[in-house]
Ligand binder design. Structure first.
Ligand SMILES: Cc1cc2nc3c(=O)[nH]c(=O)nc-3n(C[C@H](O)[C@H](O)[C@H](O)COP(=O)(O)OP(=O)(O)OC[C@H]3O[C@@H](n4cnc5c(N)ncnc54)[C@H](O)[C@@H]3O)c2cc1C
Length: 387
C-alpha cells in the first residue's frame, strides 16, 4: 500500500474536485516560481512585494468567492486552497489577499450599495486598486466596541476624526474601509487615499510579517459624502462578519505554513549526518516529525470540514473561531519545532521555518487573539459570555 503523503496524511487532496485541484496547482506553481525566490529578501528588507499584486489579480485571487463584478466566483474550498498555497509561500502574501478579498471586497459586496459594488469591485478584482480594513485602534484591538474614531453628519456629508493602528496595506491602499462610531452606532465609510486630513504612517521594525506593509492611519476632519457610507454596515456585527470570512482563510493558510516547515525539516533531517547516521534515523527526530504531522493532519481535516459547512452556509462563528485559533496554534508549534530540528541553520533566512514562526506570531494575534477565540468557544459551550 505504500506510505501516506507526509504533507497530506489523510489524502484531503483526493476529496477535491478537478476544478479545485486546478486552482490549487495553479497557485502552487505561482508560489514556487514567483513568491519563494524573493520572499526571504523581502522579509529581510521589510518590503511588501507590491509587484506581485498584478499577478495575484491576473490569477483571479482577489475576491475569488464573489460572483460577478469581474471576480472568479469560486467556492469556499477553492478559496481555502488559495490561502493555503499562498501562506506556504509567506503569511504576508496571504494577508494581502485576505484583506483585499474578505475584508474590503467582502465588506463592499455584503454591505455596500449597488453603485458602490459596481464602482469598486471590478477595480479591486483587477488589482488596479488596493484596499485596507481599518477597525483596530491603539487602545485595544480585542475590544473594538470602545472605538474612539467618530463620524459626524453635516447635512449630506460626514466628517471623520480619529486614528487606527496596525492596518495591513494601510499606507499602500487606494481606499480604506473605516469603521467609526456615529450617533446611531458603528458605521463603515470608504475613504480614498488623498482625502484631505487623511494620513498614514508605516510601522517599522516589526519582527513578524515583515514582508507585509502595516500602518497607522489618522483622520482629522476628513469629509466624505453620504455615498461613501456602506448603507448596510450597521453596527459592529457587520465588521465581525467580515472578520469571520477572513478567519476562515487563515484556518487554511496556517496549514500551508505548517506544510512548508515540515517539508523543510524532512529534507534537512534526511541529509544531515550526526553520530554516524542521518538525523532522520534517530527515534527522537522521528517522534518529533510524527507529532508535527499529527498536528498538521488534524488542522487540514478541520479546514476541509469547515469549508464544507461554509459551502452550505452552515458554519457557525464558534466553529470558525476554533478552527482559526487551533490551526494557527498547531502551525506555530510545528514551525518552532521544525526550526529547532534545523539547529543553528534554522535561525537564518536560508530556511523558512523561523520566518513562518515569526509570521505566525502575528497570525495568532490578528483577527482575534487566541484568548478571544477561546472565549468565543467558551461562550458557545456554556452560554455565558466572559468578555
Ligand atoms: C501585523 C498586524 C497586522 C494587522 N492588520 C490589521 C488590519 O488590517 N486591520 C485591523 O483592523 N487590525 C489589524 N491588526 C490588529 C489586530 O487585529 C489586533 O492587534 C488584535 O485584535 C489584538 O488587539 P491588540 O493588539 O490591541 O491587543 P489587546 O486587545 O490589547 O490584547 C492584549 C492581550 O490581552 C488578551 N485579552 C484581551 N481581552 C481579554 C479578556 N477579556 N480576557 C483575557 N485576555 C484578554 C489578548 O488575548 C492579548 O493576549 C493587525 C495586527 C498586526 C500585528
Amino acid at each position: 500500500m505504500g506510505s501516506p503523503d507526509p504533507l497530506d496524511f489523510y489524502a484531503v487532496g483526493a476529496l477535491l474536485s478537478d476544478d479545485e485541484r486546478l486552482v490549487r496547482d495553479t497557485v502552487a506553481r505561482f508560489v514556487d516560481r514567483e513568491v519563494t525566490p524573493i520572499i526571504a529578501e523581502c522579509f529581510a528588507a521589510e518590503r511588501f512585494p507590491v509587484e506581485l499584486v498584478p499577478r495575484l489579480a491576473e490569477l483571479g485571487l482577489f475576491g475569488a468567492t464573489i460572483r460577478g463584478y469581474g471576480c472568479a466566483g469560486l467556492g469556499y474550498t477553492a478559496y481555502g486552497l488559495i490561502c493555503e498555497e499562498l501562506e506556504r509561500g509567506d503569511s504576508s502574501v496571504r494577508s494581502c489577499v485576505s484583506v483585499q478579498s474578505s475584508l474590503v471586497m467582502g465588506a463592499i459586496h455584503q454591505f455596500g450599495s449597488e453603485e458602490q459594488r459596481s464602482h469598486w469591485l471590478p477595480e479591486l478584482a483587477r488589482g488596479a486598486k488596493l484596499g485596507c480594513f481599518a477597525l483596530t485602534e491603539s487602545h485595544g484591538g480585542s475590544d473594538p466596541a470602545r472605538m474612539r474614531t467618530r463620524a459626524r453628519r453635516h447635512g449630506g456629508d460626514w466628517t471623520l476624526d480619529g486614528a487606527k493602528h496596525w492596518i495591513t496595506n494601510g499606507a499602500l491602499a487606494d481606499v480604506a474601509v473605516v469603521w467609526a462610531m456615529t450617533d446611531d452606532g458603528v458605521n463603515a465609510f470608504l475613504v480614498e487615499r488623498g482625502a484631505s486630513g487623511f494620513e498614514s504612517r508605516v510601522i517599522k521594525n516589526k519582527m513578524s510579517l515583515r514582508a507585509s506593509s502595516t500602518a497607522e492611519l489618522a483622520f482629522t476632519d476628513v469629509r466624505v459624502p453620504e455615498s461613501a457610507r456602506l448603507p448596510e454596515a450597521n453596527g459592529l456585527k457587520a465588521a465581525l462578519q467580515c472578520l469571520d470570512e477572513a478567519r476562515f482563510g487563515i484556518a487554511w493558510g496556517a496549514c500551508g505554513a505548517a506544510r512548508d516547515c515540515i517539508d523543510t525539516a524532512l529534507r534537512y533531517t534526511e541529509s544531515r549526518e550526526l553520530f554516524g547516521r542521518p538525523l532522520n534515523q534517530t527515534q527522537l527526530i522521528q517522534t518529533r516529525l510524527a507529532d508535527a504531522v499529527r498536528k498538521l493532519a488534524g488542522a487540514q481535516l478541520v479546514a476541509w470540514r469547515l469549508a464544507q459547512l461554509k459551502e452550505r452556509g452552515a458554519a457557525m462563528n464558534a466553529q470558525v473561531s476554533l478552527a482559526k485559533w487551533s490551526n494557527v496554534r498547531a502551525a506555530l508549534d510545528i514551525a518552532r519545532d521544525c526550526r529547532d530540528m534545523l539547529g543553528a541553520a534554522g535561525i537564518t533566512l536560508d530556511h523558512s521555518p523561523m520566518r513562518h514562526m515569526l509570521n505566525l506570531e502575528t497570525v495568532i494575534t490578528y483577527e482575534g487573539t487566541q484568548s478571544i477565540h477561546e472565549l468565543i468557544v467558551g461562550r458557545a459551550l456554556t452560554g455565558q459570555s466572559a468578555f
